[in-house]
Design a protein around this ligand. Structure first.
Ligand code: ZN
Length: 375
């Protein structure tokens, strides 16, 4: 059996970015190389290019930075935006009521800004490249749903799930996150007022993460927010309405117990009916079906292009390694270093154009619209 794909953050240092070809150090140079890469009619070692020569994209947090969402990592591979930020692990969420209270309190505060944020010029450039017939699909590590909003007809494989829904850990039903937000407001009137206050001070109005931070407020790409000193222990969250109506059958065949307080908040007397954001948390394995879809997308593509990812999670790195082992042309557009990137470009020193490979370290929202103009 193959090792399960766990989503685990890589916290080691990243190498300085390679620039391939050398001309890709400037915006026009990088755009030219990418345009050459996407339209190269070079036949692969397997003869005719599959998929009509189309490219699969693999995107990460870097493509959403221009939408106001923070990247996990800076150029040195450390968690720069918020030094105290540590993502919740799956086992903590599943086993600890206290951890869930803290998670949902932060998520409650962070949802408004995430909900208001929109796809940016990079996502819309992806739509344009799709219109030009150059792309086969997008594999994204992001949970913000921006790809689906910017280009609804280009297939998107959401490797780490999506925040727009919740999933019940007992009955696996999905529920919209929007609806849940109203529910959290009703169960937590003091927090509702606190959020209203944050909205009034403008901490949520600014797209600038620096300015937000100065107002004592931090949002992370997973859609949660941190307010130093907030009493997370007071937060309440609802149980799965379906499991509350009809208790789920547990693995051992017994009936699950779902109990709520007078207002409908999940009680610690319960052993099921817990709602979780429908994202793959750190330490959680990616569903076999999603993993298979992503691998199929690589198999069917003529080449692969990484945008805004340092490939720090093994699941993403492994997909690019698979493409490399299949001798697919690989291009990477990412600000800063990428995990073990030199492995993917063994003979880069003699490369003079973008036809076979490229590597650039510039903002996607600036480079990709230029690529579209050239094509
Ligand atoms: Zn349920």
């Amino acid at each position: 059996m193959s090792k399960p794909l766990l989503r685990i953050p890589y916290t080691g240092p990243l190498p300085p970015p390679l620039i391939i070809p050398k001309t890709a150090s400037t915006l026009p140079g990088a755009a030219t190389a990418i345009a050459e890469f996407l339209t190269s009619s070079r036949s692969s070692n397997h003869g005719v290019l599959p998929s009509g020569g189309k490219t699969v994209l693999l995107t990460g947090a870097g493509i959403s930075v221009a939408s106001g969402l923070a990247d996990y990592r800076g150029q040195n591979g450390t968690y720069t935006r918020n030094k105290s930020y540590r993502p919740i692990y799956f086992h903590e969420f599943v086993s600890s009521h206290e951890a869930r209270k803290r998670y949902w309190a932060r998520s409650f505060l962070g949802w408004t800004s995430l909900h208001r944020s929109k796809p940016n010029a990079a996502h819309f450039a992806v739509q344009d490249l799709h219109r030009l017939g150059l792309l086969s699909s997008v594999i994204t590590q992001n949970v913000d749903s921006f790809h689906g909003r910017a280009h609804p007809t280009l297939p998107v494989i959401e490797l780490h799930g999506f925040l727009r829904s919740l999933v019940c850990l007992s009955c696996r039903r999905l529920m919209p996150r929007d609806e849940f937000q109203n529910w959290l407001s009703k169960l937590n009137p003091a927090w509702h007022d606190f959020l209203a206050e944050l909205l009034k001070t403008g901490a949520l109005d600014t797209e600038d993460p620096e300015e937000r931070r100065m107002k004592g407020y931090r949002t992370n790409p997973d859609g949660d927010a941190d307010v130093p000193g907030a009493p997370y222990g007071t937060f309440r969250y609802p149980a799965c309405p379906e499991c509350l109506r009809r208790p789920p059958i547990l693995k051992d065949g017994s009936k699950g117990r779902v109990e709520v307080d007078a207002d409908g908040a999940w009680s610690e007397k319960s052993d099921s009916g817990v709602l979780k954001p429908n994202v793959i948390m750190f330490g959680e394995s990616i569903p076999a079906e999603t993993k298979a879809q992503a691998e199929k997308a690589i198999d069917e593509a003529a080449r692969v292009m990484v945008i805004g990812s340092s490939l720090a999670t093994y699941s993403a790195w492994r997909l690019i390694k698979k493409a490399f082992d299949q001798e697919l042309p690989i291009g990477i557009l990412n600000m800063g270093g990428v995990r073990k990137e030199a492995d993917f470009f063994p003979d880069y020193k003699n490369i003079v154009d973008g036809r076979h490979i490229f590597r650039a370290s510039l903002p996607a929202e600036e480079v990709l619209p230029e690529v579209v103009k050239m094509l």
